[in-house]
Design a protein around this ligand. Structure first.
Ligand SMILES: Nc1ncnc2c1ncn2[C@@H]1O[C@H](COP(=O)(O)OP(=O)(O)OP(=O)(O)O)[C@@H](O)[C@H]1O
Ligand SMILES: [Mg+2]
Length: 250
C-alpha cells in the first residue's frame, strides 16, 4: 500500500471528461515526474488532488494513508499534508507574503508559531532560495516577475513542509540560474522533510536537479507510459509524439 493512491480516476468539467482512469502511487520521500503535452490533463490532476470545485470526479478514488481525500475540503487536504504549487500563481492584493505564510502555517498548527520564530524560519528559507528579502513584505505575487512567483511558491513549500507536494510547472518562466536554485532547493527541502514530490513538467532540465525515481507520461487524459529517468531523456530527445501511443480522443 502506498501513502497516496489514485485509482481509476475519471474527471469531468461540465459534460467534458478530461481524465480517463488515472492510476498513480506515491510515497513520502519519493520524487515522481509527470510529463505530457499541452492539454493532456496534468494540471487537471493537480487541481483535483487539491480539491478545486470546478472539477467533478465521476469515478475512482484518491486515498492518503487510507483517508478518502475526495470527501475532504481543500483546507482539510492541506492540513492532511497535501500541497499544490500552481502553474499560474494567483495575486492577492493587500496580503503580504509574510502574513499569508504565517496564517497558512498557523492554520496547520495547534499552537501558533511565535512571531520571532516565524521570522527566523522565513529568513532561513528565503536565503535557501536566494530570494530578495524585500519580496516577503510585498503583497502576494503582485507585480512579481515569473521567476519570483515560482520562488514564492517554493517558499510556501519550504515553510509549510507538507508530506506530499504537487509542483505544477515550477520550471516554466524561470531562467537557468533560478531553475538551478529552485531545483536544488526543492531537493533539499524534500530530503530534509522526507517529502514526496509530484513534479509536473514538459522538459527534463529541472529533473537534473530534482531527480525522479519514476516518470509517468500523460496523453489525452491517460497515463500512457511509465518508466525511470531514461523515459524523460527519451522524450527530451524525441518528443511526445515519438511514443506512438494509440489513444482514443473522446
Ligand atoms: N473549464 C474548462 N472547460 C472546458 N475544458 C477545459 C476547462 N478547463 C480545462 N479544460 C481542458 O482540459 C484539458 C486539460 O487541461 P490541463 O490544463 O489539465 O492540461 P495540461 O496537461 O496541464 O496542459 P499544459 O501542459 O498546457 O499546462 C484541456 O484540453 C483543456 O482545454
Ligand atoms: Mg498545466
Amino acid at each position: 500500500m502506498s501513502d497516496l493512491e489514485i485509482r481509476n480516476l475519471h474527471v469531468a468539467i461540465g459534460d467534458k471528461t478530461i481524465l480517463f482512469g488515472i492510476n498513480l502511487d506515491m510515497n513520502e520521500g519519493e520524487i515522481v515526474a509527470l510529463m505530457g503535452p499541452n492539454g493532456s490533463g496534468k494540471s487537471t490532476l493537480a487541481y483535483v488532488l487539491a480539491g478545486h470545485p470546478k472539477y467533478k470526479v465521476t469515478n475512482g478514488t484518491i486515498t492518503f494513508h487510507g483517508t478518502n481525500v475526495l470527501s475532504l475540503k481543500p483546507h482539510e487536504r492541506s492540513k492532511l499534508g497535501l500541497f499544490l504549487s500552481f502553474q499560474y500563481p494567483a495575486e492577492i492584493s493587500g496580503v503580504t507574503v509574510s502574513n499569508f505564510l504565517r496564517t497558512a502555517l498557523n492554520a496547520r498548527l495547534t499552537v501558533p508559531i511565535k512571531i520571532s520564530d516565524f521570522i527566523a524560519k522565513l529568513k532561513e528559507k528565503a536565503a535557501l532560495l536566494k530570494m530578495d528579502s524585500a519580496l516577503v513584505n510585498r503583497y502576494l505575487n503582485e507585480g512579481f516577475s515569473g521567476g519570483e512567483k515560482k520562488k514564492c511558491e517554493i517558499l510556501q513549500l519550504a515553510v509549510l513542509e507538507p508530506k506530499i507536494a504537487i509542483l505544477d510547472e515550477t520550471d516554466s518562466g524561470t531562467d537557468v540560474d533560478a531553475l538551478k536554485i529552485l531545483g536544488e532547493g526543492i531537493t533539499q527541502i524534500s530530503q530534509q522533510n522526507k517529502m514526496g514530490i509530484l513534479l509536473i513538467t514538459h522538459y527534463n532540465r529541472i529533473l537534473h536537479y530534482v531527480k525522479p525515481s519514476r516518470v509517468h507520461v500523460m496523453v489525452n487524459g491517460r497515463i500512457v507510459k511509465s518508466g525511470g529517468f531514461e523515459l524523460a531523456e527519451f522524450i527530451e530527445k524525441n518528443g511526445f509524439d515519438s511514443l506512438k501511443v494509440e489513444v482514443k480522443k473522446e
